[in-house]
Design a protein around this ligand. Structure first.
Ligand code: NAP
Ligand code: MG
Length: 512
């Protein structure tokens, strides 16, 4: 079974295990919704622990006995390029699926999520041809030896991804893991499994990867996800999602000392310096905050504005934000689609309430639109709070909704101090006409990515990941690839005499 159309016309997706599509043991399915309309798009298997273990065993066998980990890097690279070619042929279809299931706008799905995801995949196809051997000089011991470091795949990788960028997150997980020669069990978010399922169908149809290299399992995080984190046959767990669940995943992985990488939440500061160019800083700050309704881990959700620019900048920002169009994702005029779920919508509303109770001023107050065609979706318009203090909950806690906290500042040093006063450290923005000054500020910010005069631009070649409680490890670029490798030092002693090895005397001194 790949996808199976039931009598009522609804598509039922299977699990992909060991190169086969199949139902779960319990034959249970869960509906998957369109967040703009609440219509059911398809059903996916509600896998249990036994299904998960089967997927892990398939990945284990493919790693221990299959050709993929042993393959020459150039050969893996050639195969991955063909995989990307196949996905590219389905670009439009994947973008529509991402829009319908993920609630992102047509523009975002078609201009960003799928094409950029494919660029990132393509880059890892290239990096797959990397040289796994690196000579190292032998200097601490005088004997004649040859030393090198060999990069090897880690093994079976359990990968858990969130609902906010379903396709791109699947790429960021599987592409580097495959490029380095690992085998995989991927668990998409229960709300948004459809683009990953389609990705796996397309890859399966190419017949390019040996069975068991890629496995996909749908089902609840608390059972499927936690089995991946705990199972002793899994060598590495890679997780993207909330800091709270990330902590739990790390705890669960501790039992078997798995390799762990985590990409977690943020409350990223966006800093205007007093010479910021308002023409780009206004739209740039809106882009930083409200892209995908603020449902991005790196969203610039705390905005620091200097006194000197405050009145003019805020007037322009509020004016532009109030004109953002909330609507159906497929409508080309829509700027903001729905939130992913009723609970994300309610969470956003509860934080708006918290902000008001904390004494911040909602200069733009988000509301559910009173439009009949949006009544079944999880829509809300943007909120901007001013008079925010950095110690308020709306400035410290990740809302993951279209809510901006604006903090006015007087001295730059004070703004930098407040920007760093957070448990998070994923990203930051700096806006200034003086790039030299902006770089100095960037250096003082404790975050994994700092954008100067831009935001959200994530390059295939550059590392992405968090300081502090925003995560462990990096994704993308060679840094992301290396997170999927073990490092082996091989030391070959080339001298053939006992004399050259004085250290043997420590145990077995020669008495002559
Ligand atoms: P989440 O609970 O962290 O879910 C992320 C992934 O982890 C999903 O695949 C989820 O599966 C899985 N999961 C859940 N519980 C698990 C467990 N005990 N062990 C292993 N895996 C588990 O995120 P959420 O509930 O969707 O969103 C809650 C908040 O997380 C958001 O409001 C936001 O603040 C934050 N968030 C951050 C990011 C990010 O990119 N940093 C992304 C998404 C959400 P199920 O889908 O089956 O639950
Ligand atoms: Mg959750």
């Amino acid at each position: 079974m790949m996808t199976n159309e039931q009598p009522d016309g609804a598509i039922h997706h299977g699990l992909y295990i060991g190169g086969q599509w199949r139902a779960g043991h319990a034959e249970q399915y869960e509906p998957v919704y369109n967040p703009a309309t609440s219509e059911i798009l398809a059903y996916v298997v509600k896998a249990d622990v036994e299904d998960t273990r089967e997927a892990i065993r398939a990945a284990r066998q493919a790693f221990d006995e299959g050709p993929w980990p042993q393959m020459a890097p150039g050969e893996r690279s050639r195969i991955l390029h063909k995989v990307v070619d196949a996905l590219q042929e389905h670009e439009e279809e994947l973008a529509d699926l991402e829009m319908n299931n993920g609630g992102c706008t047509w523009r975002k799905a078609h201009l960003m999520d799928i094409p950029v995801g494919l660029l990132h995949f393509r880059h890892f196809a290239k990096l797959a041809g990397f040289e796994p051997l690196e000579p190292v000089p032998q200097i601490t011991f005088p004997s004649l030896s040859y030393n090198f470091v060999q990069r090897e795949p880690i093994g079976v990788c359990g990968q858990i991804i969130p609902w906010n960028f379903p396709f791109m997150m699947a790429v960021w997980k599987i592409a580097p893991a495959l490029a380095a020669g690992n085998t995989i069990v991927l668990k998409p978010a229960s709300l948004t499994p459809l683009s990953a399922l389609r990705m796996f169908e397309i890859i399966a149809e190419t017949d390019l990867l040996p069975p068991g290299v890629l496995n996909l399992i749908t089902g609840p995080g608390a059972t499927v996800g936690s089995e991946l984190a705990q199972n002793p046959l899994v060598d590495k767990i890679a997780f993207t999602g909330s800091t709270e669940v990330g902590r739990e995943v790390m705890r669960q992985a501790a039992g078997t000392i798995k390799k762990v990488t985590l990409e977690l939440g943020g409350k990223s500061p966006n800093l205007l310096l007093d010479d910021a160019e308002l023409d780009i800083a206004v739209d740039g700050s809106l882009w930083a905050t409200f892209m995908h309704n603020g449902q991005a881990c790196e969203s610039g959700s705390r905005l620091f504005v200097p006194d000197s620019l405050y009145d003019e900048f805020m007037a322009r920002l509020i004016d532009r934000a109030s004109k953002l169009v909330v609507g159906l994702p497929a409508d080309g005029f829509t700027d903001l689609g729905p939130m992913i779920s009723r609970s994300q919508l309610e969470r956003t509303e509860s934080y708006i309430q918290i902000g008001i109770e904390e004494g911040a001023t909602p200069v733009l107050l988000g509301r559910r639109p009173d439009v009949p065609e949006l009544a079944n979706g999880h829509f809300i318009s943007p909120t901007i709070f001013t008079d925010v203090r950095n110690d308020m909950r709306i400035a410290q806690e990740e809302i993951f909704g279209p809510v901006l906290a604006v903090i006015k500042y007087d001295r730059l040093e004070e703004a930098i101090r407040m920007a760093n006063d957070t448990i998070y450290g994923l990203a930051a923005g700096v806006w200034s006409a003086d790039v030299e000054k902006a770089v100095k500020v960037a250096t003082g910010l404790r975050a994994g990515t700092v954008w100067i005069n831009d935001y959200h631009i994530i390059s295939a070649e550059a590392p992405f990941g968090g300081y502090k409680q925003s995560g462990i490890g990096r994704e993308l670029g060679t840094w992301g690839l290396m997170e999927y490798t073990e490092v082996k030092h091989i030391h070959a002693d080339l001298s053939r005499t006992r004399d050259a090895r004085f250290w043997y005397d420590i145990l077995t001194p020669r008495l002559d």
